[in-house]
Design a protein around this ligand. Structure first.
Ligand code: TRP
Length: 450
């Protein structure tokens, strides 16, 4: 049972720390680059405002009313004849699947922080060769830094809500914002800034195809940490007097702001030196270091700050991916926190090693299924199937299964929502969110064509 509660600001920072992650700083810029800028950003913003925000309120509500691990919360809130809904609570385990590759990417960031000290690459070819070499040949270095990520994350989770999660977010989140806004202030002085603005905010509709649309929906869930029980688990330790609606708004706003700032910073640097935005996942690992080389020693400093911010963002998100299962093991199996953390960390560490090997030249074939590396399978399955499914279950549960009066009573206490707002939110959670998610999932399965 929960005894610890976040402080108000602690909860906001922890939830924002969960949301703001590699998704904002690494994934959002490269996806915006790949899918042509403005139109993708616009769809992303619309989905965040009309679907993501309402689902976040719903997910927080389940946690705040259930006050337990994800499985127990669903079980408690389901009506007596629908207790099988507790199975939805197993969405918490998706966090462990995400962690198998998320921790590997945090490991890459650590490796970059360490190798940046030896200088920046002088050409894109060199930077690409360095990245390819890391992923293809440096298995041991990757395992080392992946292990380091697992240990750091495990230690914070082991320290618990107050001493670990709240405390680390209180430090790392402001540090992250300081770095990013500092970089933004500098980027604004560059000529590339104007180009970055128009690339990100002038929609080029001809670039918006069905794939870009589906990816925008998927990404808005990933970036807000929705559909997996992370926000739900944190909300179980929500301070009593905190408003769900307000917190959800602040978290959504911060997450979006930081993605936009990260995008502006990266594209300003890119355009300043005439680089192309559509370069895929290597964007921050390959293009950015090369470009920063143009600044000489100052460039190394910028690169260090940037990767440091990326590492902070990754760690605060990772702990929210591990905590739900740990909480579940503590509540339902009466494991001690220490045992639960070690057990879970070991499992995703091991699969993570498999993910590393699946990209390596020597072992790649063995760790692939049907020609697809294990890394890609893990990423695709969570991102495109499990998270939207989790989001759908949350929307259906709050919109149709839970008692209407209970939902309404909670969201209208403390004047959280006025009646009009409540009606709009309820409509969104019953119709807009499930339809958008269903539409996206069917599209992915190739059942319908956009
Ligand atoms: N939102 C984080 C990011 O943008 C990743 C993340 C953390 C996440 N917790 C989550 C994604 C829970 C889905 C569900 O990098």
């Amino acid at each position: 049972m929960k005894v610890q509660r976040f402080s108000k600001i602690g909860f906001i920072l922890a939830a924002a720390g969960s949301a703001v992650g590699l998704g904002n700083i690494w994934k959002f810029p490269y996806m915006t680059g790949e899918y042509g800028g403005g139109a993708f950003v616009l769809v992303y913003l619309i989905i965040i405002a009309f679907v993501g925000f309402s689902v976040m309120i719903a997910e927080m509500l389940i946690g705040a009313l259930g006050r337990s691990d994800t499985v127990t919360s669903f079980e408690k809130l389901a009506p007596p004849n629908k207790k099988y809904w507790k199975l939805a609570g197993f969405m918490g385990f998706n966090g462990i699947i995400i962690m198998t590759f998320y921790s590997v990417v945090i490991g890459w960031i650590f490796y970059y922080l360490y190798s940046l000290l030896r200088g920046l690459p002088t050409s894109t070819d060199q930077a690409k060769a360095a990245f390819d070499n890391l992923v293809g040949n440096e298995v041991l270095a990757q395992i080392f830094f992946h292990t380091l990520a697992v240990v750091i994350v495990g230690y914070i989770v082991y320290r618990g809500i107050k001493g670990g999660i709240e405390r680390i977010n209180l430090i790392l989140m402001p540090a992250l914002m300081l770095i990013l806004f500092g970089l933004l202030a500098y980027a604004m002085t560059l000529d590339g800034f104007k180009e970055a603005l128009s690339f990100m905010f002038e929609p080029k509709w001809e670039k918006l195809n069905s794939e870009a649309f589906v990816r925008a929906v998927g990404h808005s869930f990933f970036t807000l940490s929705l559909g997996m029980g992370a926000i739900m688990t944190y909300a179980a330790s929500l301070p009593k007097e905190a408003s769900i609606t307000k917190t959800a708004f602040i978290v959504t706003f911060m997450d979006t702001l930081i993605a936009l700032v990260a995008g502006l910073v990266i594209f300003s640097f890119l355009f300043q030196f005439g680089a192309k935005p559509g370069q895929g996942p290597g964007l921050v690992f390959i293009s950015l270091p090369t470009i920063l080389n143009n600044f000489g020693t100052l460039g190394i400093f910028f690169a260090l700050l940037f990767f440091l911010a990326l590492a902070f963002a990754g760690i605060t998100s990772a702990i929210s991916l591990v905590e739900p299962v740990v909480q579940y093991l503590i509540d339902r199996f009466h494991m001690t926190r220490t045992k639960a953390v070690i057990f879970i960390s070991f499992i995703y560490w091991l699969v993570g090693v498999g993910a590393i090997l699946s990209y390596s030249n020597a072992w790649g074939k063995i760790f692939s299924i049907g020609g697809k590396p294990l890394f890609d399978i893990l990423e695709y399955t969570t991102d495109s199937i499990l998270l939207p499914l989790g989001g759908l279950l949350i929307a259906i549960f709050v919109g149709y299964v839970m008692q209407k009066s209970q939902v309404k009573a909670h969201l209208q206490t403390f004047n959280e929502m006025n009646p009009t707002m409540y009606r709009i939110w309820y409509f969104s959670i019953r119709y807009i969110a499930p339809l958008a998610l269903l539409f996206m999932m069917l599209n992915l399965l190739g059942v319908i064509e956009l």
